[in-house]
Write a protein of this length. Sequence first.
Length: 202
Amino acid sequence: MTTGGFDPNQGHQPFGAQPQGEHRYGQQSSEQQFDSGQAFGTAPFAQPDFGFDTSRPGELLPRLGARVIDGLIVGIPTAIVTTIISLALGSVLGSVVGALLTAAAVVGYFVLLETTRGQTPGKQLFGLRVVGPNGGLPTQQQSLVRNSFYVLSALGGLPLIGLLFGLLGTVAAIVIGVTINSSPTKQGKHDELAGGTRVVQG
């Protein structure tokens, strides 16, 4: 019984207890707390969007334009080097070394850029990208197969048998162009041989 004086038990709370109706600094209320299903790290990882629609195949004319640009980029410096080699080694040996060097440079150019970036400067200029059968970057083997027809054209610089290789290279280019144009997915014969690679338009 109190007599109107001070009651020492009135309003007394254990040490460290939080007063009702108050929140500590930085503490969230029950309405502000995250739902357990939204905990950090549970959101699915979003795949990066490179701006390429894999359902839109690259048309023949832009692909041809990209090949011309890339041919100039890799062909001009290669021609200068092979000319110097031919002058240094003589016409026959220089032609053989030059043809092999040209084949390696051209195929290596496409394989390196397609497998690391998905596009060469020519394809980038025309908004094109090479993708593998599963939609990612093509493997080195796939890119090597789809660009191996360049070897035929490059070996056209060989003495004696060069004319045959040049003719085969021309035939291969025509077959690839015809099959690209007639395919609903714009996949050429070289894409088919590479396991189903595709060129898509951005």
